[in-house]
Design a protein around this ligand. Sequence first.
Ligand code: ADP
Length: 242
Amino acid sequence: MDAVGHEITAPLLVRVRKSRGGAGAHRQPFVLDVSLEFPAGITILFGPSGAGKSTLLDCIAGLLRPDTGSISVGKESLFDSAAAVDIPVHQRRIGYVFQSLALFPHLTVEENIGYGIADLPAAGKQQRIDEILSAFRVAELRRRKPSEISGGEAQRVELARSLVTDPRVLLLDEPMTGLDDDLKAHIIEDLRAWRTARNIPILYVTHSKSEARALGDHCVHMHSGTTVLETPQLSPGPSAGF
Ligand code: ADP
């Protein structure tokens, strides 16, 4: 525990190399080559389109296999090419929220959230679902289907669904694209509260400087597959927040 009672969370260490594409006459080969440590808190990943942000998140989640390198959370190795370790996606305990929403259309909000923790005993499961429904302010929507809620509400349900599994790392790839500023501000507030309570490494890809300022504890700038700048904290500036 730290001074304010948070559990000290293991940092995420990523040292990987991954090449992609390059086939065909005009395709330039792309190489992701990074060595990064992500502490607890929110790290903003900035960089132009094609910089390798999604490739990095996919490697961490286990959706892509790096050519070489290692990925670990504290002492636990998730991937290590030298030791032939490659923990499958579903055993990594990593939450991943994409830009496009992926709620199951035939399930209610509550069922969508419960899906990832179906194996828990019923009592504990319901408590976890109730907690997360209220943390992300979607409790009143619990019986609705995804087609009966707004885009902003669906984003909250997505976040709730990935966090109910109690991940040790959370990956967010432009999770608020297309939402208006008011909705973003509310979701950011909820995420910050969650980040304070759980203290896990959260990687957040965004092109929005205001989102970055409102959320980021740390910032990593990527370009052409490598990191060009790492800053401990984004300066607040006059237009911080929403
Ligand atoms: P970003 O998320 O920063 O926009 P990406 O990680 O999506 O960047 O892309 C990095 C590079 O990998 C780009 O050159 C892109 O063309 C290439 N790439 C992305 N997806 C694939 C794929 N499925 N197959 C081959 N190359 C890909």
